[in-house]
Ligand binder design. Sequence first.
Ligand code: RB5
Length: 144
Amino acid sequence: MIALGCDHGGYALMQEVIAYLEKKQIPYQNFGTFSEESVDYPQYGKAVAHAVADGSCEKGILICGTGIGISITANKVKGIRAALCHDVFSAKATRQHNDANILAMGGRVIGPGHALEVVEAFLETPFSNEERHIRRIAQIEEER
Ligand code: RB5
């Protein structure tokens, strides 16, 4: 199950992500927002981060205008590693190296064609499970 959250700045791109997930028959839970009316992104960042942190969703996708505010918010939640990615290389690398559990993007930064390639890379790339990456992730988590 993929947890989805966006603000008004990410709403249009999120509709593309939802269409992609439906086409691929990937289950998702949409935490909103549900229109382009102006809202506060932390509310949606927190909802998705908690769904991933408590295990009810395996991964999350968050979109605001830049992807910055919503990823900063999500990364405040223990156990969350939200990665702001606007390219396929970073999306693959953050799965392999950081075991990132939330992908963040900016709806005003990236076009839908490229964004869906980033989503695909994020969802399909497994964690490397290499000892050095496990060790480094454990060091991140010590901070909380
Ligand atoms: C909303 O205007 C904008 O600030 C928000 O979508 C995001 O870019 C914040 O980081």
